[in-house]
Design a protein around this ligand. Sequence first.
Ligand code: ME8
Length: 628
Amino acid sequence: MNRDFYITTPLYYVNGEPHIGHAYTTILADVLTRFGRLMGRRVHFLTGLDEHGQKVSQAAAENNKTPQQHCDEMAVTWTNVWKKLNIEPDDFIRTTEPRHEQVVIEFLNRINEKGDVYRKEYEGWYSVYEERYFTEKDLIDGRDPISGRPVERRKETNYFFRMSKYQEWLIKHYKKNQRAIRPRSRLNEVLGYLKQPLGDLCISRPRSRLEWGIPIPWDDDYVTYVWFDALINYFSATVSPPEGKEVSWPADLHLIAKDILTTHAVYWPIMLHAAGYEPPRQIFAHGWWLDKDAAKMSKSEGNVIKPLDLVDRFGPDVFRYYLMSEMTAGMDANFSLDSFVRRVNSDLANDLGNLYNRLARLYHQFGWAKYKDSRPTTTSFEEDPFEVPGELRDSVEFVELIENLVDNYEINLAIGHIMSVVNRINRHIERWEPWKSARERPDETAWAMLEAIDYLDRVAEMLAPVMPEKMATLRQWIRDGVRMPGKDQQLFPRIDIRELQLKQPESPAAVASPPLAASEPPEISIDDFAALDMRVGVIREAERIEGTDRLLVLKVDIGVEIRQVVAGIAASYRPQELIDKRVILLVNLKPVRLRGIASRGMILAAVKEQNIALLTVDHDIEIGSRIS
Ligand code: ME8
């Protein structure tokens, strides 16, 4: 538990400014770092910039700058964005720093002296964009298979690294260390790739066509291939970490997205092994952020930046929360303003923010501060007033549960689990109606609500890695006597999507079918109404449907049977928060199939633009009770 944990992000190219994808990986690293520390680990977090190579040198030329000037300016831009996002790395490495260049030179000398480097004339298809050669069979329609851009035939003499020599070693390594690449599907992808014979890696570029790189130490006519240089950063940062920081090789975790899996999972471990160093312990490759047309969001795709503008308007924490809760480990995620607004309004403004406001208001109204000293050490109620999960009451268990999820990179589930505590407390306050019971059973009510405040503090502690600023404020307010925030001091103000004036044409997420808001409904008789068989049900299971971000498949218990229903409510509800929710089900609706899944019945909900609120009953009543 207490040993150092060394975590890295990719070194981003400085040919452009950071966008949502870079922000995601770096925030994820920051969140894992903060969680790790919360769990008592000593974590070292490295990020930085990849400053050599053709892309950067071209970007500098386009801006009429020398490459170094360009890099220095971009480094300021990038670090400022990270600061703005509350990202606090322990080390920020730039590949143009002497501390890095020196290590690259030593590294090259080591493998060269070992006989793992040779000189050869090579002819192949070169992609300027990807800065690399492709073989004839790599090409797709005669173009660069990665970027789809044109390639040109080039012939040059270069230095090659004997990567093929270590192919068997690498396969064995991954067969033995199956958790070295996560998620598992990516391990399989790498093992599949390794079934083909591995070529050797061209590690130099003639200076005549590219000046901007680290010189090959034994031949001044060449500079080092940018990837060979950049990967070594993870190691060089351990050789000379910043003052007061300590870290040792190997890295425990390289965070990357799936686009750079081969360089990290194949080239890099082999480079290390050849030089006599240990491979990294684990690589986690997450999915991509896609825009609403499912295109990868990046600088080169030209559809970028807007998401980061949200940080200027709404602050870093809600943005961090959004990114961390919307992406499922290893899968792609869709960015949309609608989903951002929905997420912030429903989880943060409604659930978390309101819970605090409510408790603070009641706390002062009924003077609960004076009950603090008389609180029993164990709850004396015949029932747990909040039905808080056992693991939260025993906070060790709760922490372990969250820790497990986080260790599996299931940050969204961890957040969902923490938020489900908020929802339970909200629900039970509604049921308890402390504003009434405070008059009849003042002591018990006060103690129960003090307990709720404790749980909320615990929730804030667990969410602090995701929202460091906001959760520090919340906890401070609790310590300051459950301070009532002023009107303009709300922790999570609601966002009005119209204010964003960037409304997207995306269809509003409505309940499956038929549409609830028909234009002008006809008048009906009581008999027409009586034809609707509506029952109280309880949701027992809820799951997302793959390939849609609107639909959930629910198992609803209506007493006499369990109905499967497909509902278009995923935009407002996460599956786990639906469990145990009481809902109203229209049971005599003709069965339909949605996305191939049978749906029998329809859950009732109020729908206002993008906001969906499920209908429920006001107090406990038997499951299956009829609505009339
Ligand atoms: O590849 N969704 O740098 P890069 C999710 N310099 N993550 C994304 C993303 C998206 N749409 N777009 C980018 C390089 N990323 C090399 C790395 S490492 C020694 C050298 C994130 O600026 C994600 O982490 O193209 C991806 O792997 C990385 O940015 C690529 O950054």
